[in-house]
Design a protein around this ligand. Structure first.
Ligand SMILES: [Zn+2]
Length: 183
């Protein structure tokens, strides 16, 4: 829970003369991070839409999918989003009449105009989107655990040694060759 980021009724934003700005500095409950989430979130009521702009960053600790070691990853989210305010999501006439509709691309989020806007939830969702689909610790990744460094180096050498290529070709050209391991 980040102090000062409590949900605010959307109708309250409507009466403001300038966008509401939140300064973010703290930890999100649902996104454990190494450093506090820092940045700003800005919300402006434009009639049928709520224009939200956020610039957030933090550092999270992830586990590499390959070597299972922990590594730190910086997450940076710079997002401008228009949130549709209304009951009907697909009311295109209203959508086109609303200010800023030309910026709308793709799917829109929708919020109940009588309901709240939760800047903390918004921050969580947008930082969460920045999490990589595949976790890789980097170019220095030692590879899967259990495979020692020398073993992985050997297998790399095999690939480049022409003598092994000859052996592979022999095995492939003679499928009837009995496997000495088999009884
Ligand atoms: Zn790794």
């Amino acid at each position: 829970m980040i102090a000062g980021l409590s949900p605010v009724p959307i109708w309250e934003l409507r009466d403001l003369e300038s966008p509401r700005v939140w300064t973010v500095d703290g930890y999100l409950n649902d996104l454990p991070s190494l450093t506090p989430v820092r940045g700003t979130i800005q919300a402006e009521h434009r009639g049928n839409v709520l224009a939200v702009h956020g610039s957030l960053q933090t550092i999270v600790t992830l586990i590499c999918d390959r070597c299972l070691n922990q590594f730190n990853q910086q997450l940076i989210s710079t997002t401008e989003e228009l949130i549709w305010l209304g009951e009907e999501f697909n009311d295109h006439e209203q959508l086109q009449a609303s200010d800023g509709s030309e910026q709308m691309t793709g799917l829109l989020e929708r919020l109940d105009p009588q309901g709240p806007f939760d800047p903390q939830q918004w921050a969580f969702e947008h930082l969460n989107l920045q999490l990589p689909a595949v976790n890789r610790c980097g170019n220095e990744c030692p590879g899967p655990p259990g495979l020692s460094t020398s073993a992985s180096e050997e297998s790399l050498d095999c690939g480049s040694d022409p003598r092994w290529d000859v052996l592979k070709q022999l095995q492939m050209s003679d499928p009837e060759q009995p496997d000495p391991e088999q009884p």
